[in-house]
Design a protein around this ligand. Sequence first.
Ligand SMILES: C[S@@+](CC[C@H](N)C(=O)[O-])C[C@H]1O[C@@H](n2cnc3c(N)ncnc32)[C@H](O)[C@@H]1O
Length: 311
Amino acid sequence: MEFKHKSVLLEETIDGLDVKADGIYVDGTLGGAGHAMEVCKKLSAKGRFIGIDQDQDAIIAASERLAAYKQATIIRSNYCYMVPELAARGIHKVNGILLDLGVSSYQLDNEERGFTYRVDAPLDMRMDQRQTLTASDIVNGYEERELYRIIRDYGEDKFAKNIARHIVAARQTKPITTTGELTEIIRQSIPMKMQVKSGHPAKRTFQAIRIELNRELDVLRDSLDGMIDLLDDGGRLCIITFHSLEDRIVKTIFRKNENPCTCPSDFPVCVCGKKSKGRVITRKPILPGEQEMEENPRSKSAKLRIFERVY
Ligand SMILES: C[S@@+](CC[C@H](N)C(=O)[O-])C[C@H]1O[C@@H](n2cnc3c(N)ncnc32)[C@H](O)[C@@H]1O
């Protein structure tokens, strides 16, 4: 199957990275190398590009697409290991980092990966195929209150409680092993008139399970400070999020790095000694324009935030 993915906020992100021809740039979510290719095009022979993805299919597709760029190094890893992966290659400072979070269209469209409710397939949803835990383990193994929490918080589904209850009831008869079975259980948990109104009934629960399985929010939260420390003076960190909780994490950590002072607000001078690491370039996130949203519906929830390191 061909690796198809339309890059979101492409021009805005590349502009935001402010690529210097001799610089070192990292993409922590390489995917189909859409953003990566535009970065590589701007590099001189002295520049370097490091692309990271945990998905073997993305690594194969990106390696082919970037084959002509000798500056490019491709690594199969989780971006949470960016600092040690780069250190192992003698890189301790970079000029720009990019994250385009979530799943690629290829992952969603590839039936075998079990990310989609549109076809019946084994419940998988692993971004990294080396991981042993799958969506099936969550659906069949989590306690009802845990399922409720993730469907409510990560799926923002009003019927989370009911969906969790129906999942637990159904799996008492037999384990839920396919996306089709899960979709049917979700349908039975949501009143018919709501199903017509608010998109596919399984969309939010599938998103929630995917976020939980791949630890998407924890990985993001635990990685951002390290990435900011990796930036050289003037280096930029550009992050595209697709979920309100992801965006909140990025916004909060960017702000904390801009102003880390923990002194009470009535102190005349700072005594905590925590120094700013730079500035948030985007007071408000950059959003896709009308045309992009029309051409690529996946871009509708995208938000780009940019941080610049200042020494
Ligand atoms: C939206 S796609 C990136 C698309 C890419 N920017 C392009 O234009 O082709 C997200 C990619 O990030 C990868 N990914 C998500 N979280 C990751 C993580 N924590 N570590 C490494 N790769 C990750 C996914 O496997 C997927 O291939």
